[in-house]
Design a protein around this ligand. Structure first.
Ligand code: ASP
Ligand code: MG
Length: 411
């Protein structure tokens, strides 16, 4: 029988009613003849609550015990989902990560899945079980300790199971009905996409469209797992949601598929650093070690052997970045005239695989921002993306104007 993976996020299993509703969705697919693997998140809010408990008990906690605690939310929903399905006379069984076992690295709180043996669960399907419910987000290290995959990790569990079992599709049930051209809270013209390519989704996911964990999209792209993102609050239908798939499956693609943003960015500039081999390594090495997620980087043309280096990072990492750079200056590995920080910027990006074949996309973006009187502070581009840093107060305006300029409200 074909296998289907269905993943239910926290809001879709937030209470017993919602679990019952999710179970009905599972029954709908079972009736179609699928063997179903259900991946569940913790009830919404539970993981946050447990993270809070851990921090309160031990601010510099042992990550092995953090994982022992925060993985437990998923165990509850897995068992409850199995019970609900059994009440509906559907043969169902729950699995915790270690029982499968979902083998991971030992990087506690951000482990990566290494292997998912299929024999245990397949044997049960062979005996007539119709639904395996697996606790998402968790696994087991080679030392035999419970691990977790990082926040939002159940998405990655789901895709990894779909790959391991050769599932026909991996349906991600969430509280939105699909992937939109931009955040509907910013413009009511945002339109749900029927399909989006893995590459575009990856850019949108890492740019702050928080529907899917970035890792899960990377994994889906690598193993060509078809993903469908849909709402568990709508009636079952075979065409609901957004399909995230290979770009070959998308017939015509517009130049731009979506506009993403990231609100809380900071721009930091090192004024007058020596322009010599190794200077970038001397700056960005210590930043990486300090755990600063540097995003955009711009190096100016140099004058008299000195140059300015600008980068962006999340605004809540500014202090960390400042202290790393001051430490590097103190031990003479770099020297600069001044470190200027602008904590009031946001990043706005246009994303689309169609950019590869359409000329003038960046120019149109810049003209649109000019017409709105928005000043661009930093620009970066990739093959399928153009990003700009602008003053945070213009972020909404920029997103709306770009959404209009690229006709994203029209199919
Ligand atoms: N419960 C975990 C979290 O909140 C994992 C997940 O839901 O994907 O991050
Ligand atoms: Mg999630």
């Amino acid at each position: 029988m074909p296998t289907l993976v269905m993943k239910f996020g926290g809001t879709s299993v937030a209470n017993l009613d919602r679990i019952a509703r999710a179970a009905k969705r599972v029954a709908y697919e079972v009736a179609k003849g699928y063997d179903v693997i259900v991946i569940v998140s913790a009830m919404s809010g539970k993981t946050n609550e447990m993270v809070g408990w851990v921090n309160e008990t031990s601010p510099l906690y042992d990550a092995r015990e953090y994982d022992a605690v925060v993985s437990s939310g998923e165990n509850v929903t897995a068992g409850l989902m199995a019970l609900r399905l059994q009440e509906m006379d559907i043969p169902a069984r729950s699995w915790q990560g270690w029982q499968v076992p979902v083998k991971t690295t030992s990087a506690h709180s951000s482990a990566r899945i290494k292997e998912i043996p299929t024999d245990n669960i397949s044997a049960k399907f062979g005996e007539g079980m119709r639904v395996a419910i697996v606790a998402g987000f968790q696994g087991v290290s080679s030392e035999g300790r419970i691990t977790t995959l990082g926040r939002g990790g159940s998405d990655t569990t789901a895709v990894a199971f779909a790959a391991a079992f050769g599932a026909e599709r991996c349906d991600i049930y969430t509280d939105v009905d699909g992937i939109y051209t931009t955040d509907p809270r910013i413009t009511s013209k945002a339109r749900k996409l029927d399909k989006i390519s893995f590459e575009e989704m990856l850019e949108l996911a890492s740019l702050g469209a928080k529907v899917l964990q970035t890792r899960s999209v990377e994994l889906a792209m690598r193993f060509k797992v078809k993903l469908r993102v849909l709402s568990s609050f709508e009636e079952p239908s075979d065409t609901a949601g957004t399909l995230v798939c290979d770009e070959e499956e998308i017939m015509e693609s517009k130049a731009v598929a979506g506009v993403a943003y990231s609100r809380d960015e900071a721009k930091m500039t090192l004024i007058s650093v020596a322009d010599r081999p190794g200077i970038a390594a001397a700056i960005f090495g210590p930043l990486a070690e300090a755990g600063v997620n540097v995003d955009m980087i711009v190096q100016n043309i140099s004058e008299d052997g000195r140059t300015d280096m600008t980068f962006s990072c999340p605004v809540d990492q500014v202090l960390r970045a400042q202290s790393a750079l001051q430490a590097a200056a103190a031990n003479d590995s770099i020297n600069y005239h001044e470190l200027v920080t602008d904590e009031g910027v946001a990043k706005v990006s246009i994303v689309g695989i169609g950019m590869r074949s359409h000329a003038g996309v960046a120019a149109k973006m810049f003209a649109t921002l000019r017409d709105e009187g928005v000043n661009i502070k930093v620009i970066t581009t990739s093959e399928i993306k153009v990003s700009v840093l602008i003053d945070r107060k213009y972020m909404e305006l920029a997103v709306q104007a770009l959404h209009d300029a690229f006709d994203l409200d029209k199919t």
